[in-house]
Design a protein around this ligand. Structure first.
Ligand code: 26W
Length: 813
């Protein structure tokens, strides 16, 4: 690394000269960021090579984590932290008149993911490297990531996210490792000389998959793993070896090239809503084929028999999006390596593992048979064969049980069911929180669980405490170290040592002071970015996540309307001032979600500008919620809103980030909230609402009537009527009629009205308890202390030992 601060300064100035041809006094912040980033990448590269050599030499099993999304966030700060040079670099830069924080802000936030699933993948990469495990990511290098959200007149507007515009300094293009991916065409069965049936393709389109490698450096060790992002390009044969005799030929060529390259053009901005678009299927196969070919090549370099493939390679699929890994590996083993079906199947099935992230039915991927057959003819043949053999096996086990076979089949009703393919073709299926896994086993995937009970297991999600505590909240991190020593950083479970100090009032005060300082800085940020002045001594009540019906931002919004109305009617109504903070993107075509955004912004407009209430309630909707914005909000939060309809949120991970920063959860018994509750106990969390059992029972019986709630609870009625009658919120417009209808006319799918009363009560309790700052800080401490369990290091240790069967290679500290 660097010998010291002076050595760093010299290297940095040299880099500025050689890379950009500039001296420090000529450099902009962006220049300085780019120089610093590439300097660090150079330094990381030594260990990167060493890690790769060591993996080859030790023939260590390699895990490949296939994911359509990696929501990495900015990498500069994280890399400085993991390489243990953050303070030194900060001081060195200061000597040169540069501010590290501003340099960090110059980095574009690579938003190659939608939300939870993509961010989980990023936390996992950090933990894999930090634990010295050989685990790599395979993803797509989208030219445009998650859209840039602007709020205009209260409405969400989507702008393209051109994240590559400033140069992504961390990536290394590796054209030497490119592979070809094929689409369409025809498949012919031919007999080879030995009379064996083989398959040949013709008339297909080929795409060059070019990898861009991003180093993933572990914390305080020498491990550097790889995130390999694939980019689609026209092949050389298609570009160089062509002569154009006519303008038309040239035009056709350009159109063809553009259509090939469109595969890695943009990220689908839809989370939890399956679109069934051809381009999306192309993206999925593109990732899968490139990744499997690359993993197979790496295995072949070991010169081992195919029978040891699954001892050396684990292929993990992040939800069903990369489920074609299963038929693709079969195809390569049979058509290219000439293994028989049985052997190929044995290898495939013992190499692939699958994580399910949702039980929402609209999110379950299915593809029309016709589309799969025409786009991926050979892959379709293989899926068909897998299905037939599977159905035959079911028949032999339970002859005549057609219903069972029909509900388990991989292909049915003209659709290929990706979840079924994933379960049948893998050795492990896991849910992401205890409750979620139970729901999978007893409901959603019940018959599969009965068929393959040994495959099902739980791995409760986690988050990396390095980014979300050590980097996002340095003062808190420092206080923890002063209190319990340094070792929690490598063993986050030791955060429970804080519990020994929970009666230490001066420590509790310090926790309170750090929160207060963070709230001050965040209030500055809010003022600069929105013009809204918020009171740092008010309760910062935060609801940050994708906008979705089941996440119930609407419940929060209605509660603010209720409070406002109450305050207007009774100015003496006593409440601790509260700042409600929202950050949320809606899928561009999700009209209901967009209406909720508009409603929140309308409420903000009314409340923030009303002299009667503006010292009591403020509402802030921050645009473009992203990893980097989350890092600013989370350390400043008092109350963490985790209020999904019970049974709907598979796990949640924002809940973990917030508790780790001393926020107290206000939530339903859903997803990982259940385990947070188990850890912190009743006194340190605010629970409300229906249980998942009750919700699922209502869905089963249809016994819920939202209109009954509307009619019997005056608070509900008064609030909802303001959406459609003349009120400060409706302003006489019919804008919110849809929201009203969804709640009253269409029976409130997410039980917003049913849970309204108990939500008010829970909020009231928060209001009471916050007034005792010693008690509140104690709740904070207890939450921080129990958050170690939700470090992704714990999660990854569980995946490593009980799914992948891998051990650390090198953890030289
Ligand atoms: C095909 C469209 C689509 C896209 C994304 C369907 C489904 C998804 C994801 C599965 C949605 C997602 O991000 N799920 C979230 O995963 C997190 C990590 O496990 C959980 O913490 C969240 O509860 C879950 O909603």
């Amino acid at each position: 690394m660097f010998k010291g601060k002076e050595d760093f300064k010299q290297a940095f100035c040299e880099k500025l000269e050689t890379k950009l041809g500039k001296q420090v006094d000529m450099a902009t912040e962006l220049d300085a960021y780019r120089a610093l980033g590439s300097l660090l990448k150079d330094k990381i590269s030594k260990n990167w090579l060493r890690t790769n050599l060591e993996h080859e030499k030790s023939q260590q099993k390699q895990v490949y984590y296939f994911s359509m999304e990696f929501l990495m966030g900015r990498l500069l700060g994280n890399n400085l932290l993991n390489m243990q040079v953050l303070s030194m670099v900060q001081e060195g830069l200061a000597d040169l008149g540069l501010d590290l924080t501003s340099l960090e802000e110059s980095e574009n936030d690579p938003g190659l993911g939608n939300g939870g699933l993509g961010r989980l993948a990023a936390c996992f990469l950090d933990s894999l490297a930090s634990l010295g495990l050989a685990g790599h990511g395979y993803g797509i290098r989208y030219k445009y990531g998650m859209f840039d959200q602007r709020i205009i007149d209260g409405y969400q507007v989507e702008l393209p996210d051109h994240w590559l515009s400033k140069e992504f300094v961390w990536e290394v293009r590796q054209p030497g490792d490119a592979v070809e991916v094929r689409f369409g065409g025809e498949v012919h069965g031919v007999k080879d000389e030995q009379g064996n049936l083989t398959f040949e393709y013709s008339n297909y389109d080929r795409v060059n998959a070019v990898p861009y490698d991003v180093p993933v450096a572990g914390y305080n060790n020498e491990t550097v793993n790889t995130l390999r992002l694939w980019s689609a390009e026209a092949t050389e044969e298609d570009t160089l070896l062509r002569a154009f005799n006519h303008q038309q030929e040239y035009n056709d060529f350009l159109a063809h090239k553009r259509s090939l390259e469109s595969i890695s053009e943009f990220l689908y901005p839809d989370d939890s809503n399956e679109e069934g678009k051809q381009l999306r299927l192309k993206q999925e196969y593109f990732l899968v084929s490139a990744g499997v070919q690359s993993a197979v090549r790496a295995f072949e370099r070991l010169e081992l028999p195919w029978s040891s493939f699954s001892e050396k390679v684990a292929l993990h699929i992040n939800d069903t999006h990369p489920a074609l890994v299963i038929p693709e590996l079969m195809r390569i083993l049979m058509d290219e390596k000439h293994l028989g079906w049985e052997e190929a199947w044995e290898i495939t099935q013992s190499s692939v593992s699958y994580t399910n992230h949702t039980t929402l039915s609209e999110a379950l991927e299915t593809w029309p048979v016709g589309l799969v057959r025409s786009l991926l003819p050979r892959i379709f043949m293989i899926i068909n064969e897998i299905n037939e053999r599977f159905c035959e096996m079911l028949w032999n086990k339970d002859p005549g049980n057609f219903n069972r076979i029909a509900s388990l089949a991989i292909i049915a009703d003209g659709q290929v069911k990706m979840a079924h393919l994933s379960i049948v073709g893998s050795y492990s299926v896991n849910g992401v929180a205890k409750l979620h896994t139970e729901i999978l086993k007893t409901r959603e995937m019940k018959i599969f669980y009965e068929t393959f009970p040994e495959r099902f297991n739980n791995k409760t999600n986690g988050i990396t405490h390095r980014r979300w505590l050590m980097h996002a909240n340095r003062p808190l991190s420092q206080l923890i170290t002063e209190t319990i020593g340094e070792s929690w950083k490598e063993k986050p479970a030791q955060l429970t040592d804080l519990l020994k100090h929970k009666e230490d009032t001066s420590l509790l005060e310090e926790i309170g002071t750090i929160k207060q300082n963070n709230k001050h800085s965040f209030a500055e940020f809010v003022k600069e970015n929105t013009g809204i002045v918020v009171d740092p001594s008010s309760i910062f009540d935060v609801h940050i996540k994708r906008l979705h019906g089941y996440k119930r931002q609407l419940l929060n919004a209605l509660h603010i309307m209720y409070l406002y109305t109450k305050l207007k009617a009774d100015p003496t109504f006593d409440m601790v001032p509260r700042t409600f903070i929202f950050g949320a993107k809606s899928a561009p075509a999700y009209h209901f979600a967009k209406k909720v955004i508009k409603l929140i912004n309308t409420i903000a407009d009314v409340v923030n500008n009303d002299a009667d209430v503006k010292d009591k309630i403020k509402v802030v909707f921050l645009e473009n919620y992203s990893v980097s914005l989350a890092e600013k909000i989370i350390p400043a939060t008092n109350v963490s809103e985790q209020i999904s309809t019970a049974s709907k949120e598979a796990s949640g991970t924002g809940n973990m980030k917030l508790m780790m920063n001393g926020a107290v959860t206000l939530g339903t018994l859903d997803g990982a909230n259940v385990e947070i509750y188990d850890s912190v106990g009743n006194d340190n969390i605010y629970l409300f609402g229906l249980s998942s059992k009750e919700v699922l029972e209502y869905y089963r019986t249809g016994a819920y009537s939202s209109r009954q709630v509307y009619e019997s609870d005056e608070r509900v009625r008064n609030t909802l009527d303001q959406l459609i009658h003349y009120s400060p919120f409706s302003r006489g417009e019919t804008e919110f009629q849809d929201i009203y209808d969804s709640l009253v006319t269409y029976n409130d799918e997410f039980f917003v009205l049913k849970d309204f009363a108990s939500y008010i009560d829970a909020q009231q309790k928060v209001n009471q308890d916050f007034q005792n700052s010693n008690q509140w800080n104690k709740k904070s401490l207890v939450n921080i202390a129990h958050s170690g369990k939700f470090s992704s290091d714990r999660t990854i240790e569980e995946y490593a030992s009980s799914i992948w069967g891998i051990k650390p290679v090198s953890t030289v500290r």
